[in-house]
Ligand binder design. Structure first.
Ligand code: KIV
Ligand code: ZN
Length: 389
């Protein structure tokens, strides 16, 4: 299963994203986001944690009832009541998945679960077996995998695959991993587990060290074929791997990474805006792909380059990810080429080089006083130049 070159995109904006303090969403808001994710052709939507609250149950159920093109997933701990509640919420799903998890790191087993390693294995197998009795598609996660022992992970994964798990998720729960080491863990697991070919290996990376996307891509290079991520990188603490960055890295560097996704990338910016408006979490201007400045050029050298050939300073097109266009921002670093080009776009050309030079000098003086020069400023500046000629 890991020879397939398509990477499954599993979006957890509605579950892990909602765990971001202050980002809780109503059922109807979640439904709107789920519809947008479906339109974007996300493969799996984790719609919530059905047992967490009556509202979460209703959200998972409403999404499972309404969305038919993406697989709908509910999270559950490795506990009977959680699994049954997830199964109930997913009853009408066209394609459903139960995602069950238990922690496998020494620190979590000792202090949080207060269970021995053998008890953890037993509970994991029991949970996967129970989930498989309710639904065909079961994912199992080893919480805090990046701080878990490799031999123990091999042992538990082999058993849960035998019990029917078809996706094995390796979370970097606390954002502790670094790319080379994380890739090595994934390839070791795939090589050492005898029945590894019966499951898709997945990763779920948190961004505590700002490495969530890098770790996810390194894992893909090592054979992972599902990436769990969120719109705008929303998520617990510093967030999760950002969907837009993972997807656009895979698309832009496909020759190097050798994989692809099924995502309609033109739906990325609308999805980012929707999640930002629903949660009230603004997107920083310099955020990759979806930030307001991601396709804006201010410096004269860059603007001149882009006007001559877009690829001098752009590795993707703004339209590819759902922006209307790239932008030439006129500011104090801008050059004559962008200035002249914007005047032409505005239908306000100047009659001589002398006039253009005068207008450009006035523009530079104004740009020292203002962060950004708008079209109205340019129109006023041109008419002043003409009047004083
Ligand atoms: O970060 C994590 O470990 C999780 C699991 C529940 C998959 O969110
Ligand atoms: Zn998580």
């Amino acid at each position: 299963m890991n020879n397939d070159n398509r990477v499954i995109i599993f979006d957890t904006t509605l579950r892990d994203g909602e765990q971001s303090p202050g980002a809780s969403m109503t059922r109807d808001e979640k439904l709107r986001i789920a519809k947008q994710l479906e339109k974007m052709r996300v493969d799996v939507i984790e719609a919530g944690f059905a047992i967490a609250s009556p509202g979460d149950f209703e959200s998972v159920k409403a999404i499972a009832d309404a969305v038919t093109e993406s697989r709908i997933c509910s999270l559950s701990r490795a506990l009977d009541a959680d699994i049954d509640r997830a199964g109930e919420a997913l009853k009408n799903a066209a394609m459903g998945r139960i995602h069950t998890f238990i922690a496998t790191s020494p620190i979590h087993m000792k202090y949080k679960l207060q269970m021995s390693a053998d008890q953890v294995v037993e509970q994991a197998v029991k949970a996967v077996t129970r989930a498989r009795n309710l639904i065909d598609d079961v994912e199992f996660s080893l919480e805090d995998a990046s701080r878990s022992e490799l031999d123990f992970m091999c042992q538990i994964i082999e058993k849960v695959i035998d019990a029917g798990a078809r996706t094995i998720n390796i979370p970097d729960t606390v954002g502790y991993a670094v790319p080379g080491e994380f890739a090595n863990t994934i390839s070791q697991l795939i090589q050492r587990i005898p029945n590894a070919d019966k499951a898709v290996f997945s990763v779920h990376c948190h961004n505590d060290l700002g490495l969530a996307v890098a770790n996810s891509l390194a894992a893909v290079g090592a054979g992972a074929r599902q990436v769990e991520c969120t719109i705008n990188g929303l998520g617990e603490r510093a967030g999760n791997a950002s969907l837009e960055e993972v997807v656009m890295a895979i698309r832009t560097r496909k020759d190097s990474l050798g994989v692809s996704t099924n995502i309609d990338t033109t739906q990325i910016v609308p999805a980012s805006r929707l999640v930002s408006s629903v949660t009230g979490f603004p997107v920083q201007p310099n955020k990759a792909i979806v930030g307001a400045n991601a396709f804006a050029h201010e410096s004269g050298i860059h603007q001149d380059g882009v006007l001559k050939h877009r690829e001098t300073y752009e590795i993707m097109t703004a339209q590819d990810v759902g922006w209307h266009t790239n932008r030439m921002v006129l500011g104090k670093h801008s050059g004559r080429a962008a200035f002249r080009s914007r005047l032409e776009e505005l239908g306000t050309s100047l009659s001589s080089d002398l006039e253009l030079n005068n207008a450009f000098s006035r523009f530079k003086e104004l740009a020292d006083k203002k962060h950004e020069i708008f079209d109205e400023d340019l129109v006023a500046l041109v008419s002043d130049t003409r009047a004083s000629a």
